[in-house]
Design a binder for this molecule. Structure first.
Ligand code: HEM
Ligand code: HEM
Length: 215
Protein backbone atom coordinates (compact mmCIF):
# COMPACT_ATOMS: atom_id res chain seq x y z
CA UNK A 1 0.00 0.00 0.00
CA UNK A 2 2.72 2.51 1.03
CA UNK A 3 4.70 1.77 -2.15
CA UNK A 4 1.68 2.43 -4.38
CA UNK A 5 0.57 5.60 -2.58
CA UNK A 6 4.09 7.04 -2.43
CA UNK A 7 5.07 5.88 -5.94
CA UNK A 8 2.69 5.80 -8.94
CA UNK A 9 -0.02 7.79 -7.16
CA UNK A 10 2.38 10.71 -6.53
CA UNK A 11 3.16 10.76 -10.25
CA UNK A 12 -0.52 10.67 -11.18
CA UNK A 13 -1.30 13.49 -8.72
CA UNK A 14 1.51 15.73 -10.01
CA UNK A 15 0.65 15.07 -13.67
CA UNK A 16 -3.02 16.00 -13.02
CA UNK A 17 -1.99 19.05 -10.95
CA UNK A 18 0.49 20.44 -13.49
CA UNK A 19 -1.43 19.34 -16.62
CA UNK A 20 -4.76 20.56 -15.20
CA UNK A 21 -3.27 23.90 -14.14
CA UNK A 22 -1.67 24.50 -17.55
CA UNK A 23 -4.95 23.57 -19.24
CA UNK A 24 -6.96 26.00 -17.07
CA UNK A 25 -4.50 28.87 -17.70
CA UNK A 26 -4.28 28.11 -21.43
CA UNK A 27 -8.08 27.92 -21.75
CA UNK A 28 -8.51 31.20 -19.85
CA UNK A 29 -5.95 32.97 -22.08
CA UNK A 30 -7.65 31.58 -25.21
CA UNK A 31 -11.07 32.85 -24.07
CA UNK A 32 -9.61 36.27 -23.24
CA UNK A 33 -8.08 36.44 -26.72
CA UNK A 34 -11.45 35.61 -28.28
CA UNK A 35 -13.08 38.40 -26.29
CA UNK A 36 -10.75 40.77 -28.18
CA UNK A 37 -11.31 43.54 -25.63
CA UNK A 38 -9.27 42.16 -22.74
CA UNK A 39 -5.66 42.19 -23.93
CA UNK A 40 -5.63 45.53 -25.78
CA UNK A 41 -6.78 47.18 -22.57
CA UNK A 42 -4.29 45.56 -20.23
CA UNK A 43 -1.55 47.85 -19.03
CA UNK A 44 1.68 46.28 -17.78
CA UNK A 45 2.43 49.25 -15.57
CA UNK A 46 -0.94 49.23 -13.77
CA UNK A 47 -0.95 45.44 -13.59
CA UNK A 48 2.42 45.16 -11.85
CA UNK A 49 1.59 48.09 -9.56
CA UNK A 50 -1.72 46.51 -8.54
CA UNK A 51 -0.12 43.11 -7.90
CA UNK A 52 2.63 44.55 -5.69
CA UNK A 53 0.15 46.80 -3.91
CA UNK A 54 -2.10 43.83 -3.13
CA UNK A 55 0.71 41.55 -1.93
CA UNK A 56 1.78 44.01 0.79
CA UNK A 57 -0.15 43.54 4.06
CA UNK A 58 -2.26 46.51 5.26
CA UNK A 59 -1.74 48.36 2.02
CA UNK A 60 -5.41 49.11 1.37
CA UNK A 61 -8.46 50.19 3.32
CA UNK A 62 -10.11 46.77 3.18
CA UNK A 63 -7.11 45.20 4.94
CA UNK A 64 -6.77 48.04 7.47
CA UNK A 65 -10.42 47.71 8.47
CA UNK A 66 -9.93 43.98 9.20
CA UNK A 67 -6.53 43.68 10.93
CA UNK A 68 -7.11 40.21 12.44
CA UNK A 69 -8.42 38.77 9.19
CA UNK A 70 -5.51 40.31 7.26
CA UNK A 71 -2.85 38.92 9.61
CA UNK A 72 -4.45 35.44 9.66
CA UNK A 73 -4.89 35.47 5.91
CA UNK A 74 -1.27 36.39 5.14
CA UNK A 75 0.19 34.02 7.78
CA UNK A 76 -2.07 31.17 6.61
CA UNK A 77 -1.13 31.54 2.93
CA UNK A 78 2.59 32.11 3.44
CA UNK A 79 2.86 28.98 5.61
CA UNK A 80 0.53 27.01 3.32
CA UNK A 81 2.68 27.63 0.25
CA UNK A 82 6.20 27.56 1.74
CA UNK A 83 5.95 24.71 4.31
CA UNK A 84 5.62 21.83 1.82
CA UNK A 85 8.27 23.31 -0.51
CA UNK A 86 10.96 23.82 2.13
CA UNK A 87 10.09 20.87 4.41
CA UNK A 88 13.15 18.69 5.09
CA UNK A 89 11.23 15.37 4.71
CA UNK A 90 9.86 16.43 1.30
CA UNK A 91 13.21 17.67 -0.01
CA UNK A 92 14.91 14.43 1.12
CA UNK A 93 12.27 12.35 -0.73
CA UNK A 94 12.76 14.38 -3.92
CA UNK A 95 16.55 14.19 -3.56
CA UNK A 96 16.39 10.38 -3.16
CA UNK A 97 14.19 10.01 -6.27
CA UNK A 98 15.70 12.60 -8.62
CA UNK A 99 18.93 13.84 -7.13
CA UNK A 100 17.58 17.37 -6.98
CA UNK A 101 17.59 19.26 -3.70
CA UNK A 102 17.29 22.77 -2.39
CA UNK A 103 17.45 24.84 0.74
CA UNK A 104 15.29 23.65 3.66
CA UNK A 105 13.81 25.22 6.79
CA UNK A 106 14.54 23.69 10.18
CA UNK A 107 12.08 21.07 11.36
CA UNK A 108 10.94 23.11 14.34
CA UNK A 109 10.17 26.09 12.05
CA UNK A 110 8.10 23.97 9.62
CA UNK A 111 6.36 22.35 12.59
CA UNK A 112 5.26 25.81 13.77
CA UNK A 113 4.28 26.84 10.24
CA UNK A 114 2.10 23.72 10.09
CA UNK A 115 0.41 24.76 13.35
CA UNK A 116 -0.20 28.24 11.87
CA UNK A 117 -1.96 26.71 8.84
CA UNK A 118 -4.13 24.52 11.06
CA UNK A 119 -4.96 27.48 13.35
CA UNK A 120 -5.77 29.61 10.27
CA UNK A 121 -8.16 26.94 9.01
CA UNK A 122 -9.89 26.85 12.43
CA UNK A 123 -10.25 30.65 12.22
CA UNK A 124 -11.83 30.43 8.74
CA UNK A 125 -14.14 27.65 9.94
CA UNK A 126 -15.33 29.59 13.00
CA UNK A 127 -15.78 32.71 10.85
CA UNK A 128 -17.93 30.80 8.37
CA UNK A 129 -20.05 29.39 11.19
CA UNK A 130 -20.51 32.59 13.19
CA UNK A 131 -20.18 35.75 11.06
CA UNK A 132 -23.74 36.34 9.74
CA UNK A 133 -22.54 37.98 6.51
CA UNK A 134 -20.09 35.19 5.68
CA UNK A 135 -22.52 32.49 6.86
CA UNK A 136 -25.05 33.78 4.37
CA UNK A 137 -22.80 33.05 1.39
CA UNK A 138 -21.38 29.76 2.74
CA UNK A 139 -22.38 26.34 1.44
CA UNK A 140 -21.09 22.76 1.88
CA UNK A 141 -18.41 23.20 -0.80
CA UNK A 142 -16.67 25.87 1.32
CA UNK A 143 -16.23 23.38 4.16
CA UNK A 144 -15.11 20.62 1.81
CA UNK A 145 -12.45 22.89 0.24
CA UNK A 146 -11.26 24.01 3.66
CA UNK A 147 -10.96 20.35 4.71
CA UNK A 148 -9.05 19.41 1.53
CA UNK A 149 -6.64 22.29 2.23
CA UNK A 150 -5.97 21.54 5.89
CA UNK A 151 -5.93 17.72 5.86
CA UNK A 152 -2.35 17.37 4.51
CA UNK A 153 -1.21 19.62 7.36
CA UNK A 154 -3.10 17.77 10.11
CA UNK A 155 -1.98 14.33 8.87
CA UNK A 156 1.61 15.54 8.15
CA UNK A 157 1.81 16.94 11.67
CA UNK A 158 0.50 13.69 13.20
CA UNK A 159 2.87 11.58 11.09
CA UNK A 160 5.86 13.75 12.03
CA UNK A 161 5.03 13.47 15.74
CA UNK A 162 4.37 9.75 15.29
CA UNK A 163 0.92 9.77 16.78
CA UNK A 164 -1.68 7.11 15.87
CA UNK A 165 0.73 4.71 14.12
CA UNK A 166 3.31 6.28 11.86
CA UNK A 167 2.80 4.11 8.79
CA UNK A 168 -0.98 4.51 8.62
CA UNK A 169 -0.72 8.24 9.24
CA UNK A 170 1.96 8.60 6.57
CA UNK A 171 -0.26 6.81 4.03
CA UNK A 172 -3.19 9.05 5.01
CA UNK A 173 -0.91 12.09 4.74
CA UNK A 174 0.30 11.24 1.26
CA UNK A 175 -3.30 10.54 0.12
CA UNK A 176 -4.43 13.87 1.59
CA UNK A 177 -1.54 15.68 -0.17
CA UNK A 178 -2.43 14.03 -3.48
CA UNK A 179 -6.11 14.91 -3.09
CA UNK A 180 -5.20 18.55 -2.51
CA UNK A 181 -2.92 18.69 -5.57
CA UNK A 182 -5.59 17.12 -7.80
CA UNK A 183 -8.28 19.47 -6.43
CA UNK A 184 -6.35 22.70 -7.12
CA UNK A 185 -6.96 23.03 -10.90
CA UNK A 186 -10.60 21.88 -10.82
CA UNK A 187 -12.07 23.66 -7.80
CA UNK A 188 -12.10 27.18 -6.36
CA UNK A 189 -8.62 26.38 -5.01
CA UNK A 190 -7.58 27.40 -8.53
CA UNK A 191 -7.59 30.99 -7.17
CA UNK A 192 -3.90 30.11 -6.65
CA UNK A 193 -3.51 30.06 -10.45
CA UNK A 194 -5.74 33.00 -11.27
CA UNK A 195 -4.98 35.65 -8.68
CA UNK A 196 -2.25 37.13 -10.91
CA UNK A 197 -4.77 37.56 -13.73
CA UNK A 198 -7.62 38.95 -11.63
CA UNK A 199 -5.22 41.43 -10.02
CA UNK A 200 -3.76 42.56 -13.30
CA UNK A 201 -7.24 42.99 -14.73
CA UNK A 202 -8.43 45.07 -11.76
CA UNK A 203 -5.16 47.01 -11.89
CA UNK A 204 -5.74 47.96 -15.49
CA UNK A 205 -9.35 48.83 -14.72
CA UNK A 206 -8.34 51.04 -11.82
CA UNK A 207 -5.85 52.72 -14.12
CA UNK A 208 -8.90 53.58 -16.24
CA UNK A 209 -7.38 51.89 -19.26
CA UNK A 210 -10.71 50.53 -20.40
CA UNK A 211 -13.21 51.81 -17.84
CA UNK A 212 -15.71 49.02 -18.48
CA UNK A 213 -16.63 48.71 -14.79
CA UNK A 214 -17.66 45.11 -15.51
CA UNK A 215 -16.58 43.88 -12.09
C1 HEM B 1 2.14 14.16 -2.52
C2 HEM B 1 3.03 13.52 -1.90
C3 HEM B 1 3.57 13.77 -0.50
C4 HEM B 1 4.45 12.96 0.13
C5 HEM B 1 5.07 11.69 -0.43
C6 HEM B 1 4.72 13.53 1.44
C7 HEM B 1 5.58 12.97 2.39
C8 HEM B 1 5.80 13.46 3.65
C9 HEM B 1 6.67 12.87 4.64
C10 HEM B 1 7.50 11.58 4.45
C11 HEM B 1 6.60 13.63 5.77
C12 HEM B 1 7.36 13.44 7.08
C13 HEM B 1 6.60 12.65 8.08
C14 HEM B 1 7.53 12.12 9.15
O1 HEM B 1 8.49 12.83 9.52
O2 HEM B 1 7.26 11.01 9.60
C15 HEM B 1 5.70 14.73 5.49
C16 HEM B 1 5.36 15.71 6.39
C17 HEM B 1 4.57 16.81 6.12
N1 HEM B 1 4.00 17.11 4.86
FE1 HEM B 1 4.01 15.92 3.23
N2 HEM B 1 3.99 14.71 1.60
C18 HEM B 1 3.28 14.89 0.43
C19 HEM B 1 2.42 15.96 0.14
C20 HEM B 1 2.22 17.07 0.98
C21 HEM B 1 1.42 18.22 0.65
C22 HEM B 1 0.70 18.47 -0.69
C23 HEM B 1 1.47 19.03 1.74
C24 HEM B 1 0.83 20.38 1.98
C25 HEM B 1 0.38 21.16 1.06
C26 HEM B 1 2.29 18.41 2.75
C27 HEM B 1 2.57 18.94 3.99
C28 HEM B 1 3.31 18.30 4.98
C29 HEM B 1 3.45 18.79 6.34
C30 HEM B 1 2.84 20.09 6.84
C31 HEM B 1 4.23 17.86 7.05
C32 HEM B 1 4.59 17.89 8.54
C33 HEM B 1 5.34 19.07 9.03
C34 HEM B 1 5.54 19.05 10.53
O3 HEM B 1 4.57 19.16 11.32
O4 HEM B 1 6.68 18.95 10.94
N3 HEM B 1 2.73 17.21 2.25
N4 HEM B 1 5.23 14.62 4.19
C1 HEM C 1 -0.36 31.31 -3.77
C2 HEM C 1 -1.28 32.11 -4.07
C3 HEM C 1 -2.58 32.31 -3.32
C4 HEM C 1 -3.19 33.51 -3.15
C5 HEM C 1 -2.68 34.86 -3.63
C6 HEM C 1 -4.42 33.28 -2.42
C7 HEM C 1 -5.34 34.27 -2.07
C8 HEM C 1 -6.50 34.08 -1.35
C9 HEM C 1 -7.46 35.11 -1.00
C10 HEM C 1 -7.37 36.57 -1.40
C11 HEM C 1 -8.44 34.52 -0.28
C12 HEM C 1 -9.69 35.24 0.27
C13 HEM C 1 -9.73 35.26 1.72
C14 HEM C 1 -8.45 35.62 2.39
O1 HEM C 1 -7.89 36.72 2.13
O2 HEM C 1 -7.95 34.80 3.18
C15 HEM C 1 -8.11 33.13 -0.15
C16 HEM C 1 -8.86 32.20 0.55
C17 HEM C 1 -8.54 30.86 0.65
N1 HEM C 1 -7.45 30.23 0.11
FE1 HEM C 1 -6.01 31.09 -0.99
N2 HEM C 1 -4.54 31.93 -2.15
C18 HEM C 1 -3.43 31.31 -2.69
C19 HEM C 1 -3.16 29.95 -2.63
C20 HEM C 1 -3.95 29.02 -2.00
C21 HEM C 1 -3.71 27.58 -2.02
C22 HEM C 1 -2.54 26.89 -2.72
C23 HEM C 1 -4.70 27.01 -1.27
C24 HEM C 1 -4.93 25.55 -0.97
C25 HEM C 1 -4.66 24.57 -1.77
C26 HEM C 1 -5.56 28.07 -0.78
C27 HEM C 1 -6.65 27.88 0.03
C28 HEM C 1 -7.54 28.87 0.43
C29 HEM C 1 -8.73 28.64 1.21
C30 HEM C 1 -9.20 27.28 1.76
C31 HEM C 1 -9.37 29.88 1.35
C32 HEM C 1 -10.74 30.18 1.97
C33 HEM C 1 -10.83 30.28 3.40
C34 HEM C 1 -12.30 30.50 3.76
O3 HEM C 1 -12.74 31.65 3.74
O4 HEM C 1 -12.96 29.49 4.06
N3 HEM C 1 -5.07 29.28 -1.24
N4 HEM C 1 -6.93 32.87 -0.82
Amino acid sequence: MYEFVSGPLVWIAFIIFIGGSLYRIFYMLQSSKKEKVVFPHMSLEHSVASLIHWLIPFNNQYMRQRPVFTIVSFAFHICLVFTPIFLLAHVILIDESWNISWWTLSESVTDWMTIIVIAGAVFYLVRRLTDPVVKNVTDTSDFVLLAITVLPFITGFLAYHQWFGTNTMLILHILAGELMLIAIPFTRLSHMLFFVFTRTYFGSEQGHVKNSKDW
